[in-house]
Design a protein around this ligand. Structure first.
Ligand code: ZDP
Length: 289
């Protein structure tokens, strides 16, 4: 182990569709109380607690109730995290902070995001407006002010048709054509090649998707900084947006991920994307002294 675990750290483990996070109550100071290296050690599934990332609950900024920051399991920082913000909303409820009708205004590096815990325990999140211009993703696959929809990209010895979407964090969406099988996709081989492709200067999350019907999509994800995970909330939103841009789906659909389903809606009038799904507390603990 390169870095020791932080000692006597109180933490809370949550998961959304098997995408799991270590939540840290960091409300006492504006900066995360852990270094990225300490987050890597905590996320290690054999030497540490085990998680896809560490999420910090921080004091509010810019008029928001609270702020969220996330270190991936490789120590890199993500601007946003869809499954993670559902977990954060459940964590706030568990801390006894009711919010306004279960809704919280959360400042993230991707702007203001608003999760709301419903009476049935599922969390609906206003994920904001997707950013579609190449300069916003960022990607060099088009001029900065142009969209990237079904653009050819050479990766791993073949050509793929990719659509780029930012949900605050970068996503590259690939629909497998007729006959292509998600099960047969060698995610561990092609995932890293997409993640580190020079066309994505901030690296990228990559979703491999299949259209089951105009209201039902399926995906496997290779996450920037975390590898293959069981689910990606921002990724599910990016796939629905890409499917609408490619005229493959309606503006509301169920998205099947390896860990379960999310309901995603891209509101045509406001352009906001809405995501609904579960988030659950697994256990709380304290690291050794
Ligand atoms: O953008 C990134 O670096 C992602 N790895 C962040 C995590 C995204 C996540 N899986 C989600 O649900 O949106 C947590």
């Amino acid at each position: 182990m390169p870095v020791r675990l932080p000692s006597r750290l109180s933490f809370h483990k949550y998961q959304g569709l098997g995408n799991d996070f270590i939540l840290v109550d960091n409300r006492h100071q504006p900066q995360p109380c852990l270094t990225p290296e300490e987050a890597v050690a905590l996320c290690n599934r054999r030497f540490g607690v085990g998680a896809d990332g560490v999420i910090f609950l921080l004091p509010g900024q810019e008029g928001a109730d609270f702020s969220m920051r996330l270190f991936n399991s490789d120590g890199s920082e993500a601007e946003m995290c869809g499954n993670g913000i559902r977990c954060l909303a459940r964590f706030l409820q568990d801390l006894g902070i009711p919010g306004q009708d279960g809704a919280y205004q959360i400042h993230t590096l991707a702007g203001r995001i608003v999760p709301q815990v419903r009476p049935d325990g599922l969390v609906t999140v206003d994920m904001g407006i997707p950013r579609l211009l190449a300069g916003q993703i960022p990607t060099t696959l088009a001029k900065p002010e142009e969209k990237v929809v079904r653009q050819p990209l050479q990766v791993g010895g073949r050509e793929w048709a990719v659509t780029a979407v930012s949900m605050g964090n970068p996503h590259c969406v690939v629909f497998l054509e007729e006959g292509g099988s998600l099960e047969e996709l060698d995610l561990e081989r092609v995932g890293p090649l997409f993640e580190h492709h020079p066309a994505f200067p901030e690296r990228t999350n990559t979703e491999f998707a299949q259209v089951l019907s105009p209201t039902r999509l399926r995906l496997r994800v290779w996450e920037r900084g975390a590898g293959a995970t069981l689910a990606c909330g921002t990724g599910a939103c990016a796939v629905l947006v890409a499917a609408v841009l490619e005229e493959r789906a309606e503006s509301q659909a169920t998205v099947e991920l390896p860990g379960g389903n999310l309901e995603i809606r891209w509101d045509p009038s406001t352009q906001h994307v809405w995501m609904t799904g579960p988030a659950l507390h697994v256990f709380s603990g304290t690291t050794a002294g």
